[in-house]
Design a protein around this ligand. Structure first.
Ligand SMILES: [Ca+2]
Ligand SMILES: [Ca+2]
Ligand SMILES: [Ca+2]
Ligand SMILES: [Ca+2]
Length: 397
């Protein structure tokens, strides 16, 4: 269905107040007019705003007495729809009220104050997500031999979305040692970076020189700096949050001893240690893969194992367009797998089948599919399943 309403007044301004709004995903209401100033709102630049789902927008003000509203719906689920109050004013209407309205700076849009600092960018220029957490450019002075416990915002609860934090640790002289006690972030999207001129990290592929970038889980247990200054930053994207990190940060006058052996393993030619559990686990955790030399048999059931070298790589490195295995078997037959990052909309089922289904799938396949949804739960219903027993696998991670 598609409806269009043209609204006009003889002069002045038009104010649209959204009283109730509930559309299903895929159904859209747009408000458009030359009198709207919306900044660079990603979903609708210039003088048009697109509303869907349960919109955070509470009020739209037009500086000219004309406005168009359209509604388009698809063939799927139906929602309860919307109720708006539309008024014409001779003089400039007041700004958003603050509570429950929040003014998006540089635009004629108000949003619900409930969505301020919720990690989602609702205003143009993400104005509603600025200055939410005071973690930008903080300096911490370390006292010698007094450990400082350092955690991610909200730890052990989940850290916020859209973080951009920077901390600087300083000591008057000597060395700084960071011991990582707990670490879990959303792999590939939420990062913690440890950086400083006193770090020597070899050619580590995930960081280089004097910068170590951590995401997901990390095998790194200890990082030592040869200079009394170190910077830590944390950046997170708009979705999915986890527990974050807990670290102990200490200043020492003398260069600290080497890693302890068990549970720590020293990465040769670098100033960091990894968990001894990560030695011979198939993943290169040290620069130059030093932790994977002189290993006898490697199995890595949670990862993809390269055929020639037996090296293990993360499943999201399979069919990502970059050759990770020596003979490139992580990038073969990828076009047969189809779309690999699928965002699910509520109430819209997605049908996943093996390549060539219902015909037989090819040999030497390594497909990886990642499913996500904005919130709630994901349910997989298996409608048909047959693979060769004990040689072809489908794994849920
Ligand atoms: Ca927001
Ligand atoms: Ca995230
Ligand atoms: Ca390893
Ligand atoms: Ca790859």
């Amino acid at each position: 269905m598609s409806c269009e309403w043209k609204l006009g007044a003889s002069s002045g301004f038009i104010v649209i107040s959204i009283v109730d709004f509930h559309l299903r995903s895929g159904d859209i209401v747009t408000v458009e007019g030359p009198g709207l100033e919306l900044g660079d709102l990603a979903t609708s630049p210039g003088n048009k705003v697109a509303l869907s789902g349960t919109t955070p927008v509470t009020r739209v003000i037009s500086r000219l007495p004309m406005i168009n509203i359209t509604m388009t719906t698809n063939a799927f689920m139906r929602g309860t729809g919307f109720k708006m109050k539309i008024e014409a004013f001779e003089t400039t209407p007041s700004e958003c009220s603050g509570e429950p309205d929040f003014q998006c700076e540089g635009s004629t849009l108000c949003i619900s104050s409930r969505t301020v600092c919720d990690g989602l960018k609702d205003c143009p220029f993400a104005f509603d997500e600025q200055h939410c957490y005071e973690c930008d450019g903080i300096t911490i002075n370390l006292q010698e031999n007094i450990p400082y416990t350092f955690t991610s915002p909200n730890y052990p609860d989940r850290y916020p979305n859209s973080l951009n934090c920077q901390w600087e640790f300083r000591a008057s002289s000597g060395f700084i040692v960071i011991t990582i006690l707990d670490f879990v972030t959303e792999r590939r999207y939420d990062f913690v970076t440890i950086e400083g001129p006193g770090l020597e990290l070899g050619d580590l592929t995930t960081g280089s020189g004097n910068k170590l970038s951590l995401t997901g889980n990390t095998a790194v247990t200890r990082v030592s700096s040869r200079l009394p200054i170190i910077n830590i930053s944390m950046t997170t994207n708009e979705f999915r949050r986890t527990r974050g990190f807990r670290m102990k940060i200490e200043a020492f006058k003398t260069w600290p001893s080497k890693c302890s052996g068990v549970p720590d393993f020293q990465c040769e030619n670098s100033t960091f240690c990894i968990s001894s559990r990560a030695v011979c686990n198939g993943l290169k955790n040290c620069p130059y893969g030093f932790d994977e030399q002189q290993c006898y048999s490697i199995s890595c059931p949670e990862f993809f194992q390269c055929r020639e070298t037996r090296e293990c790589i993360f499943w999201d490195q399979v069919c990502d367009g970059t050759k990770h295995c020596l003979i490139g078997d992580d990038e073969t037959n990828c076009d047969l797998c189809g779309e690999n990052e699928i965002h699910l909309e509520e109430d819209l089922p997605y049908n996943l089948t093996s390549p060539n289904y219902p015909d037989r799938y090819p040999n030497y396949l390594s497909c990886h599919w990642e499913f996500s949804a904005s919130n709630g739960f994901i349910v997989i219903s298996i409608l048909d399943f047959k693979t060769v027993t004990s040689s072809d696998f489908v794994t849920f991670v």
